[in-house]
Design a protein. Sequence first.
Length: 319
Amino acid sequence: MSDSLVLASIMIAALVILLPLLFHLTKYLGVQSDNVRKNEVVEGGIRHVHKDSTESFNIKFFLIGIIFLIFDVEILFEDDDVLVINKPSGVTVHPAPSVKEATLVEWLKHKNIRLSTISGEERHGIVHRLDKGTSGTMVIAKNNEAHEFLSAQLQNKSMGRYYIAVVNPPLKDEITTIEEYIGRSSHNRLKMACTDAKGKYAKTMFKQLALSKDEKNQLIACKLFTGRTHQIRVHLENISRHIIGDHIYAINSKSEKSERILLHALTIYFIHPRTKQEVSFIASIDKTMQEYLDKKFNKEVVNEVMDTSNILHSFNTNS
């Protein structure tokens, strides 16, 4: 082996060890640096202490150049108006006070991708979002005209996504439709729950795809008719089901564990803001979810039922 290859191998090994540590350190550094420097101002005899978040901001963005190496984002399509991506599981879409790690919006800015601005500084380009643990298709607006056009489609339902998930226990019927209002849980502020009419109306349709080899779990497809927070997860919980790897909505503490929640936005469709033609895109599942399916399910059956044209047809027939 040449000296250059040996050096490259050593560098890769070092990155594998160090980068995950840096990733987790960002949260610690962000929290600690909030308390590093404070400004004291005396006004009318009263001492006011103002936290200076500049250092927290600087530390976070100083490390962005390193952090972005830990996750990359697959671009499915890009032109002057839109960017369609396959969001990785574990990546938060946009910054928030509680988020210390790098986000998708920061990755987009780091890549110097032009983004719409009408959603505010922290949500540049974001027309819709996916939960942190959910992977799959997202469309990003690259200018304000495209953003407004895409946002209107969310309202009139001409934009949509189809998801796949692995659930436990299996659904009883081939097609299950849930129409329940969703609001904040009164028992756990991290969760949403099915509520009375004081919540927001939500409708989800689920379709059986394949049983696991031991028939304990099931691969399903999901179609959203509305876009509420945690909608798929909440509606499944309402019928005593949960997605494998979903520790927030798990039925009990003994539920099967997974490195990630096995929920993936498989395909997205929308009318292109410039051409006014309907377009659709498919996002492949990641290694973790693929390995789970390969281990727990019959590969031939999964390959057959994952055909997106069959999924779309079955939903359209039963809508």
